[in-house]
Design a binder for this molecule. Structure first.
Ligand SMILES: O=C[C@H](O)[C@H](O)[C@H](O)COP(=O)(O)O
Length: 219
């Protein structure tokens, strides 16, 4: 079974968490499956807050109403993918560069259901290069600070985020204390968002695999 089919299975299982009202959606190939499925029950929901221009375009194609977060207020549910999750449901996100808006919408939601194929579950975060969104003029400065933290930052050249910023992908980081590292990197001048989701990790993780799905919940 290929990885995309496992992502689709996780997205299908997430439909069970959808209730009436407003929901938030993330970005990426797994969420794209979820958006396509959401279209089949769009009469049940009042609208969606989107975390990226790409997801907004897909929602628009399906005729699903997209709302501004400032008008929506608190959301009951946020559904998004991840690049990695540990067993505490702390995440690395931002492989698609949408981390800042994703973190905002996740923070504004009561429940975060993360959907992924089973390869995303790891014992320790950090095999996936950690994305960091930076203000363009701060790129070199932030990169030097990340080297001081033991990382090897690589500029994602040619990529501009929906917010007009740049991404540094940081390799070689020993992520022993994800909560502390999220705070430390976020405190560097010029950093907009680090792709560690620890203070607001997932509440539920649905993993698609060859034999179906399994669900982990945060303690
Ligand atoms: O910026 C992108 C997001 O954080 C995605 O949720 C993440 O990269 C996972 O994407 P995919 O579902 O395509 O594996």
């Amino acid at each position: 079974m290929n990885q995309d089919t496992m992502k689709q299975r996780a997205a299908e299982a997430a439909l069970d968490y959808v209730e009436d009202g407003l929901i938030g959606v993330g970005t990426g190939s797994t969420v794209n499956h979820f958006i396509d499925l959401l279209a089949t029950i769009k009469e049940r929901i009042d609208g969606v807050v989107s975390s990226s221009e790409a997801s907004t375009a897909r929602l628009n194609e399906h005729g699903i109403p997209v709302l501004d977060l400032n008008i929506a207020g608190e959301l009951a549910l946020y559904v998004d993918g991840a690049d990695e999750s540990n067993h505490q449901l702390q995440l690395i996100k931002g492989g698609g560069g949408a981390l800042t808006r994703e973190k905002i919408v996740a923070a504004a939601s009561r429940r975060f259901v993360c959907i992924a194929d089973e390869s995303k579950l790891v014992e320790r975060l950090g095999r996936f290069p950690l994305p960091v969104e930076v203000i363009p003029m701060a790129r070199s400065y932030v990169a030097r600070e990340l080297v001081n933290l033991g990382g090897t930052p690589v500029w994602r050249e040619g990529f501009v985020t929906d917010n007009g910023n740049l991404i540094l992908d940081v390799r070689d980081l020993e992520i022993r204390e994800p909560i502390g590292l999220e705070q430390e990197i976020n405190a560097i001048a010029g950093v907009v968002t680090v792709g560690l989701f620890t203070r607001r990790g997932a509440d539920v993780l649905i993993l698609g695999g060859p034999d179906g799905t399994r669900t982990l919940t945060a303690n």
